[in-house]
Design a protein around this ligand. Structure first.
Ligand code: PGA
Ligand code: ZN
Length: 428
């Protein structure tokens, strides 16, 4: 049995130039694991607490030195000599030390950094890549990537009301094929946007962020890009949306400012129904706001048999909120973000709960990312079937896709592309 010899955290910067935390775990054998924690912008209000210093004299108050200290001075001493393969036990130890419902005392960022670094160290100690350490299987499922090629909402300025317009190359024959298809569509989109004299600058997740008049204009551009690149919309490649609607929900009204629309929940549902009839939309995340449970139910009753409805801010990777959604049939899928909940064990429990209900689980990055690629291994290791990690642009996004390319290549015949079958929550 190997044991934890040293746990150390330090402050780094993320892809938006804000501080975040990195943690290294060293074992007695010399094996080492490291992880860095991402950070959101359109953060759900029920997420676990991301501890920030609030000291305005450094990083505009966004420093994470308290979280770093909590790792080095509080968590580390309690983990020394522990068996790194006992992930659940160690995660529970950290939860108990924090003692709060939302990890407000030590910080979900501090706890997650340690939790993931322990898993990496244990995998290295067992001489397995992380995905194999997380799930030893005969064959592995490579996820369908959901690539956010057009950014709006909080991830761009002066762009669409909806936050994310993604493409889902579910008709590809392998992950490498899916990524090639997506990248060709991304490049075609750039040419089209340029041709229409819009800016080709990119948003936080690497997607273009043109100043379009409506969400429909964005959908039209994406369909044109698929066709220009030589792919069939609705066969080779589908559209996935993340409106992130909590961001434009004001006092019970969904406000689409760019289109000059103010919609109640019934009208918002109707808006989605129409769009899904006009375009090959296979997935909608956060179509309704984080506490509009009634709206979610309406949407799921309307299109839940044919469109994947993913709860992000609604569930915040938390099994308490997820079990409510399952009981009420609020959606048919959950978005999985490790830092919304703060430990690997709780994340795995959320995925497991979703699966047992016949739902899908889409593993996701955050808009503020690092070069950490843990989510790529997580998807493959437990065969989630779908990943969302931005456009095929900007190294913090491509790092995850490139990790998946490497895994697919190293697995050879043991790798299977999840494809359309990964939408097992849909009837047709
Ligand atoms: P965030 O956005 O990382 O800024 O919260 C991602 C999402 O809403 O899915
Ligand atoms: Zn989202």
């Amino acid at each position: 049995m190997d044991s934890i010899k040293k746990v150390q955290a330090w402050e780094i910067i993320d892809s938006r130039g804000n501080p975040t935390i990195a943690v290294g775990v060293e074992l007695a054998s010399g094996a080492y694991g490291e992880a860095a924690v991402p950070s959101g912008a359109s953060t759900g209000k029920h997420e676990a607490v991301e501890l920030r210093d609030g000291d305005q004299s450094r990083y505009n108050g966004l420093g994470v030195l308290k979280a770093v200290d909590n790792v080095n001075k509080i968590l580390a001493p309690s983990l020394i000599d522990a068996d790194p393969t006992e992930q659940l036990k160690l995660d529970n130890t950290m939860l108990a030390m924090d003692g709060t419902e939302n990890k407000a005392k030590l910080g979900a960022n501090a706890i997650l950094g340690v939790s993931l670094a322990i898993a990496h160290a244990a995998a290295n100690s067992s001489k397995k890549p992380l995905y194999q350490y997380l799930g030893q299987r005969e064959s592995y499922l490579l996820p369908v990537p959901l690539l956010n090629i057009l950014n709006g909402g909080k991830h761009a300025s002066d762009s669409t009301d909806f936050q994310e317009f993604m493409i889902a190359p579910a008709g590809a024959s392998s992950f490498a094929h899916a990524l090639r298809m997506s990248t060709e569509i991304y490049q075609a989109l750039k040419k089209i946007i340029k041709g229409q004299n819009f800016s080709t600058n990119v948003g936080d997740e690497g997607g273009f962020a043109p100043s379009l008049p409506s969400n429909q204009a964005a959908l039209e551009l994406i369909i044109s890009a698929m066709e220009k690149a030589g792919y069939k919309p609705g066969v080779d490649c589908f559209i996935a949306l993340d409106p992130a609607s909590s961001e434009f929900y004001e006092d019970g009204t969904y406000v689409l400012a760019r289109e000059g629309k103010r919609l109640n929940r019934e009208q918002m549902v109707d808006y989605y129904v129409k769009r899904t009839e006009e375009y090959p939309i296979i997935s909608i995340e956060d179509g309704m706001a984080e506490d509009d449970w009634e709206g979610w139910k309406l949407l799921c009753d309307a299109i839940g048999d044919r469109v994947q409805l993913v709860g992000d801010d609604l569930y915040v990777t938390n099994i308490k909120r997820l079990s409510q959604g399952i009981a009420q049939k609020s959606s048919n899928s959950i978005l999985i973000k490790l830092n919304q909940i703060g430990t690997l064990s709780e994340t795995l429990a959320a995925i497991e709960m979703a699966r047992s209900a016949g739902w899908t689980a889409v593993v996701s990055h955050r808009s503020g990312e690092t070069e950490d690629v843990t989510i790529a291994d997580l998807c493959v290791g437990i065969s989630t079937g779908q990943i969302k990690t931005g456009a095929p642009c900007r190294a913090e996004r491509t790092a995850k896709y490139n990790r998946l390319l490497r895994i697919e290549s190293e697995l050879g015949k043991q790798a299977q592309y999840a494809g359309l079958a990964s939408f097992n929550n849909l009837k047709k």
